[in-house]
Design a protein around this ligand. Sequence first.
Ligand code: HEM
Length: 469
Amino acid sequence: MLQTAPLSTPHVEVDSNRAREFTNVRPFEEIPGHPGWPVLGNTIPMMATPVTFLENWYKKYGPISRTRSVGVDILLLLGPELNRLILLDPHEAISSRQGLSFYMDPFFKDGLVLLDFDEHKLHRGIMMSAFRKERLAEYLNLMNPVIDDHTDRWMQTRGGRPLDRRTFYFFPNFKHMALQIATRVFMGHELDANGDKLIKAFQDVVAASVAVVRKPIPGTAYYRGIKAREMLEDYFYSHIPEKRANPGHDLFSQLCIAEDDDGNTFTDEQIVNHMIFLMMAAHDTTTMTTTRVVYHLAKHLDWQEKVRQECRALETDFLTPDHVMDLPNLEMVIKEALRLCAPVPGLPRKTIKDLNIGGYFVPAGTQVQVDMRHTHYMDEYWDDPHEFRPERYAEGGIENKAHRYAWLPFGGGAHKCIGRHFGLYLIRAVVHQLTQKYRWHVRPGYKMPLKNPGLPMPADGFPVTFERL
Ligand code: HEM
């Protein structure tokens, strides 16, 4: 379905307009679609109800279409086979950096996902040493006490008196906890006033990256983001010598001493850029996934009980890596939560060579987008796609095996999420502790409203009632 111009000829590079090199291709202009409103394009309907919008769009225009979102012309590629072709990118014809820099620069410059090809491979190889199984076990050890402390405090009055029952907003409370975990596990920093300043700086950087006004004018979110990034840079640069000399079990220390099989290591600048990107990549994704898992378990009390029983059977207060394979029900619930609401909804890329995609000529420099929100709901691959049915992943179940790229909350190919096991450990550790301490539910008929400013989030903070066991 996808081919480049012959690789032996030099003219496959950027900006060459050589449709005639391909045989039987139709011109780019014939690709169906609709740009939507001036400037905004289809941003508003796409953000309001993305799954429905994309279902209708696919019915009307098919798997390859042109649209416009947030002022950018996009070639929308829908379905597992196109996901596979774009993400595997065997011809090195598709740039992640160029596809993402509009959204990520300057706040997350040179983060791993913004590197391409050989440079990316080198950095990923070094970074992998910070995500080995032994390292993950240490991160889990650092996380567990913070989770324990916070989930206890959720159920206490100001005077510290434990409550039996409390309705509260899960999302902001969990977000706070996740930031404290990041301070401890990512930075190896104590949970003190300086830790709070780092958290604030990190939040300002994230807010600035999605700001509408994109100029450093004092008083704007963008300006605060620039200042906050400077503060984070100063913090990381100043702590590198001590982390190298005396590394702890935190991720920052591990990046400082990370080495690939050939002995390559990161420079100070690379460590700083990777740390700031890693914190961003980890935070909203795991926060949203945990929120959705807790939400589904609040709505499906039979599944909550199944998960509680298997967690209880482990007879441990804190989860360790040895336990994680013994929670098959929780595993299926997490998978289904990630299918129904992928925290990273789409993957932007840019073509850097002329391509033939599905019989259409696609020039170098085209912004393309893979979209999980659509793939995860395609009825060609999923029975009752809108239903929460974790059993679809049960052993012997075929649904998730229908196509390797039909379930892709962690992306695929060279940039597949390097932190997925870390994220899954955190989610499992939280749910494990919650099921041992509490039973929880939502009001009858409750359906979490989502807002989609970039990544999906609960519009109402997700109100839920916890009862002590
Ligand atoms: C449930 C939680 C998570 C989800 C759903 C998720 C999702 C993703 C996705 C879809 C990508 C691919 C991006 C692309 O190709 O453009 C990605 C990449 C990445 N993620 Fe995650 N992520 C999660 C947790 C984490 C955590 C906890 C970390 C760090 C500890 C992390 C670090 C990264 C990094 C560094 C990349 C770039 C990898 C590369 O370019 O080689 N993620 N993630």
